[in-house]
Ligand binder design. Structure first.
Ligand code: ZN
Ligand code: ZN
Length: 214
């Protein structure tokens, strides 16, 4: 019985370590391979396009990301875990890594597509939309704030200023105004105009990793 409990605890620890390896990678990739490269390479380009529109929809690049994450789990973390403590630890580390990625992917998509539910849902949206609309060189960890705190890139503001043209659909009522339940966390700024000139400015600023103008 004691051996079973300790096995479960070790398994949970290995999965937790694997998830946190992903959360560290999430921070480093987002900061250095996406924002610092200013559009050089497909990963940076795709991510900065995401900043141009602040929308989320499934496309083929997600399949490439999922494959890349699975390959890293299988070819890097499994052998590391196996070398340190055997096959089971290698498998659990790789599973934890994949679960961390799934957690990130799910919550990032939900941030853009659906209103918050619960304390984490509210926090992760505020954290991520401060990154989108306030300071793109901050809050690089989407899922958890730990690595931003460690590396000094964590930013928190009382109210996030959201350019009207980039507002998330779930924020708005039928008249295009901010829903009253979100006025503590967000305010809409600027005009809801997306002409060619504004689209060019939005793209240039996203690829420079600076916040969009009002
Ligand atoms: Zn986003
Ligand atoms: Zn970003």
């Amino acid at each position: 019985m004691t051996a079973t409990i300790s096995n479960v605890l070790v398994a949970a620890l290995c999965i937790g370590i694997g998830m946190n390896l992903w959360f560290l990678a999430e921070y480093l990739l987002h900061r250095f391979a996406m924002h610092h490269l200013h559009g050089r390479g497909i990963m940076s380009r795709e991510h900065l396009e995401h900043h141009v529109h602040s929308s989320w929809s499934f496309d083929v690049t997600h399949l490439m990301s999922w494959t890349g994450v699975a390959v890293v789990g299988g070819l890097l973390w499994f052998p590391v875990g196996w070398a340190v403590a055997g096959t089971a630890v290698g498998i659990l580390l790789a599973i934890g890594w994949a679960l961390g990625y799934a957690f990130y992917e799910f919550h990032h998509a939900r941030c853009h597509l659906a209103p918050p539910r619960g304390r984490y849902g509210r926090w992760v949206r505020r954290h991520h939309f401060q990154h989108h609309f306030g300071a793109p060189m901050s809050n690089h960890g989407v899922s958890i704030p730990v690595w931003d705190v460690v590396f000094g890139t964590h930013r928190r503001v009382e109210r996030i200023r959201v350019p009207r043209r980039l507002a998330l659909p779930w924020m708005l009522d039928a008249d295009g105004e901010l829903r009253p339940e979100f006025t503590t966390d967000y305010e809409l700024v600027g005009r809801d105009v997306l002409d060619e000139r504004q689209a060019g400015i939005d793209r240039a600023r996203a690829f420079a990793s600076v916040a969009p103008t009002d």
